[in-house]
Design a protein around this ligand. Sequence first.
Ligand code: IDP
Ligand code: MG
Length: 149
Amino acid sequence: MEQTFLMVKPDGIQRGLVGEIISRFERRGFKMVAGKLETLPEARVLEHYAEHAQKPFFPGLKSYIMSGPCFLMVWEGKNVVQISRDMIGATNPMESAPGTVRGDYALEIGMNVIHGSDSVETAKREISIHFTPAECSSYTRIDEVYLYE
Ligand code: IDP
Ligand code: MG
């Protein structure tokens, strides 16, 4: 089954949004298979955001992401990568639709509450940066018989 990497960023932790965000993905039917609260070390921030390392906003992004703990998760389910991106909303909250996480809880691109992998390939890469296989659980949700036909 497809997996994605989701991370509540430090603004989401400080604003008490972790439970609300987890609830959205739980209710949609997705299954959390790993989760931990952690302040990211610099090396993992550089690896995670390697594609943005040369961008002008990168120093600000790095200090934002390292400003406090994040809540890191692996979620599993049918089409979870794309559906999570849709549930998260556009990168710039000014363009995020209401009903999305960013569209409901954020105002600025540099404080946009949550990260989600942008493709299945990216998800595999990001999961391996932040979690060991031993940290990821394999289990059946009791409601799966009413989620999948
Ligand atoms: P995404 O998080 O929606 O995938 P990306 O373009 O991959 O968006 O950018 C990664 C993160 O970098 C964004 O979520 C945001 O926190 C930050 N970011 C992107 N563009 C800007 C910008 O122009 N100014 C400040 N921060 C930015
Ligand atoms: Mg991205």
